[in-house]
Design a protein. Sequence first.
Length: 568
Amino acid sequence: MVYDGFVSLIGGMDEGLDPSALQPTNYVRGLNVTNRGGLVKTRPAFKKICDLETGDFKGAFSYRLHDAHRIVYGHGAQVSVLRLDTLATANVGALSAADRFYFAQPDRYCVVQDDASSPVVIDEDAAYTGTNSIPVGSIMAYGHGRLFVVPRYAYDSDGNPTALNGRPYFLAGDLIKPYQPGEVLKFTEASYLNEGGGFALANESGYITGMSFIRNALSAISQGPLVVFGEYGVSAFGIDAERSTWNDIDIAYTLFTDHGGQSDRGVLPVNNDIIFRSDDGIRTITYSSQKVRSGLANDPVSDEVREVLALDDAEDRAATSMAYADGRAFMLSGGRDSDNCFRAIVSLDFSIASRLGQSADPAYDGIWTGLKFQQILSARYQGERTLLVIAKNGAKNELWRLSGSQDEYQDGSASPTRCRLYTRQYNFTLMGQRKRFDHLDVWVKDLRGSVDLTAYWRPDGYRLWNKCRTVTIASDVSAGGLPQNRYRVRVEPLAEVFDEATDHDVQSGDLFQFCIQWTGSCTIEKVRMGAVESPDEPLYYDQETANALAESANSVTLDDFAYTIGAS
C-alpha cells in the first residue's frame, strides 16, 4: 500500500494551473468552503433578514449614517430605504422605468439616479425637501467635499446641457459647507477646465464605467486623486487641488490603457488598493512604497479563479458587484441564470492567517453558492459590518446576511450547506508508476449536526468523476452540545468503473485527482489516500477506433451551481 494526502491548504484555490502542477498547499476549486486559518471548512452560513418589496430589482446601496446603517434600493420605479436597526421601510420617491439605478452618498445625503429622471435625494429616512441642482446622470462618486456625476448629456461652457452624449465626461459639484450641508447638492460652478463644461478622460477610453478615490496614490499634485475607469483604460484627476487652479495645472493624466473597468458596482477600494472587474478578470490598482517597483501598478489578480470568471459574458461583467466584509473581498460571478441572477460569489480572503508581525498572502476561498444573487454590499448589522445579499426568490426580493457566528452553522431554513473540495493530482510519491486507488480517509473536527461525507476520484486524463460510498456522521450540538471530532472516516469506491471509450479500468492510473464532498458543517483536518501498486499498463499503440465517452451510472460530471438554500 502507498499513501499520499494533505493537511493545510493555506494557499487556497488555484485553477489557473494544471492540477498536476499545483503546490501542495493549493486546491483546484473550493465550493462553499473557506480556508481561513489554514484548514478547509464549511463557509459561514447565509441567514435571511427580511423580505423586500416585489418588482424588478434596480440596485441597492449601503447608506451609512451614525445612528444606523440603511439600505437604499430600487424596485420597479420606486426608491425605498430600509433601516437595518429596526427593519422599518419607507418609500422615498420614484424614478423612470430604467433598468438600473445609480447611487452615491454626498455627506449626510443619498442620491439615486437612473440616467433619465431627476434624481431622488434622501435625508435619513425621508425625501430631501431642500433644493438641488444635481444634473440628470448615472455613475457618481463623492470625495474631497464634492459630488461628481457622469451626466446624461454633455454640458457647454455656460453650464447648460446639450444634445451630446455625456457618458464620456463627468461634472463636479459645489464644495460642502459644514454650516450649509445642502450646498453639496448644487452644481453652480460650471465654467472650468479651459472653460469647458466637464471633465473628459485623459486618454480616449470610451464611456465612463466607474469612479473611486485611491489612498496613498503617487500624484504630481497630492494624494487621493479621483480614479475614473473607462471601457478601455483608467485615468486620474487631481481634484484635491484648489478649484481655482484647475485651469492652470495638469489635472488629468492617464494611469493605464487597454484594461478598463466593466461595472460601477465592480469597483472596490480595499486598504491601499482599488480592486475592479476588468475585461480579463479581476485587477487591482495598487500603490505601495514598500514594493521594489514603488509607485502605481495595475496587476491581474484572478488567474486562480479564471474558469469561474470565464462564465461571465460582457453583460454579466457590467452587472457584477463587489463588497468587502470580514477581511474578504467578494464579487458576483459564475454567469447568470434565466432570472438574470448570478450563480456564485467569489471570495478572496485577505486575513487567511494574519498574525502580529507575520501574514500570509491573500488567497481565494473559492465560490459560494446557495442563493440567486442579484447584488452584494456590506453594512453594519447588529453592531457588526457584514456581507449583505439581495437575492431573488420567485417573485420576491429578499435581504440576506452572512453569519459571523459559529453557532449559526446552517444556512437559512436549516439547510445544510453542500461543500466540495477539488484537490490537485497526487502520484503517491511514485511518478510514472501505475497504482490502483483503494480508499480515502478523512479526519474531521468541529462537527456540528449531521454531515454526509463522500468522495469522487478520477485518474489523469479522464474527465468524468467516479463516486465513492457516502458516510453519515453526526454530533448533537443542541442544548449547548459542543462540536465534535471524528477520526479516520473511510470512504471507498462503490464499484469497478471502466472507461467507456477505451475499456480501461479507471480505478488504476499514475496520477489521481479527488473531490471531497460533504453536506453540513465541519472542518477537514487532514486527508490520506491509499493505493496499491499495480503492474504498468502496456504501451499505447495507435490501433484503437474512436469511441465516445459519456456519463454512466458510476461516472458523472459534477454541477457546482446546483446547491440552493432551502431545497431538499
